[in-house]
Design a protein around this ligand. Structure first.
Ligand code: NAI
Length: 279
């Protein structure tokens, strides 16, 4: 963990963390950081992911129940919210760390997408945020006034990264849903934000062809270098805490400065060397 010492920032807070698959997952690192800060939470993932069994270890470490939920299924999202309400009463935060593109997995180029897969990409990676918010605030009403909802995004929403394919579109939609829903929950003091995280070595990340190149480029372009999943977890903690009560409808870059960097000395030197060597 990047910060060893806890600050008690989430003492007394309860939540749901979606998307921890293995110990590299951003959600896994967020769960450890939230536990360190005194939060209680449920861990959720799709039944097929839970069958791998790795989440049990995190559940034990953080004393968290594990609740299955395929976020594409309305009834499963509703049931999850009901189970959480039964276990915890009302909750204060939700992390959406869910993303998947069957088109990327099956190497379908953007100009020749499979439309069934495209629909799945959008449903899993973006519409699911709407669904989670809907069931958490309307149908089951498990989210406290003053709560904080956070989803993980990528700069592909603003600028096209060719290898990110239809996930560029999914992240643009995800960020729009965060703003649109955030505007409707402000009267209850509930904030909805996205964190635009730099390339991070995880199952989803390294499943993208060309990920190593994207990672290395971002690393050289960002004055602070790429933030790790643990760094991202610390940032999430601040956004779940009461210290950020008036931050909502934002897409917050967590990328070491990548998004506002034109070019860096390191990149210029390395490009010059590569051209000299005829690479
Ligand atoms: P990951 O593979 O560990 O997490 C993705 C999660 O989505 C998995 O736990 C998977 O089981 C879950 N998921 C997929 N389909 C689901 C469904 N139908 N129902 C419920 N859960 C489902 O990878 P990572 O990198 O931790 O991804 C978390 C989030 O961070 C994603 O939204 C990703 O797009 C985003 N992100 C990742 C970056 C990276 O470079 N790794 C960079 C920027 C954002």
């Amino acid at each position: 963990m990047s910060t060893q010492q806890g600050f008690g920032l989430l003492k007394g807070k309860k939540g749901i963390i979606f998307g921890a698959l293995d110990d590299r997952s951003i959600a896994w690192r967020v769960a450890l950081a939230c536990h360190r800060e005194g939060a209680e939470f449920a861990l959720s993932n799709a039944p097929v992911a839970l069958r791998l069994g790795t989440l049990d270890e995190l559940g034990k470490q953080t004393n968290a129940p594990i609740l299955p939920c395929d976020v594409t299924k309305d009834e499963e999202v509703k049931e999850l919210m009901e189970q959480v309400k039964e276990k915890f009463g009302k909750i204060d935060f939700i992390l959406h760390a869910i993303g998947m593109s069957p088109n990327i997995r099956k190497n379908k180029p953007y100009v020749n997408l499979n439309y069934t897969f495209y629909h799945q990409t959008l449903e899993i990676s973006a519409l699911s945020l709407h669904k989670i918010l809907h069931f958490a605030t309307e149908e089951v009403n498990v989210l406290n006034d003053g709560g904080s909802v956070l989803a993980l995004s990528y700069i592909g929403a603003q600028r096209i990264f060719s290898k990110y394919n239809d996930m560029n579109d999914a992240k643009a939609l995800l960020e729009s849903i965060a703003r649109n829903y955030g505007s409707r929950l402000g009267h209850r003091g509930i904030r909805v934000n996205t964190i635009s995280q730099a390339p991070t070595i995880t199952s989803a990340g390294s499943g993208i062809k060309g990920f190593d190149g994207m990672y290395a480029f971002a690393e050289q372009m960002a004055p602070l270098g790429n933030p790790s999943a643990d760094d991202c977890a610390d940032y999430c903690v601040t956004l779940f805490s009461d210290l950020t009560r008036k931050v909502t409808m934002q897409n917050l870059y967590h990328d070491g400065g990548f998004s506002t960097s034109g070019i860096t000395e390191t990149l210029i030197e390395n490009l010059a060397k590569a051209y000299q060597n005829g690479e």
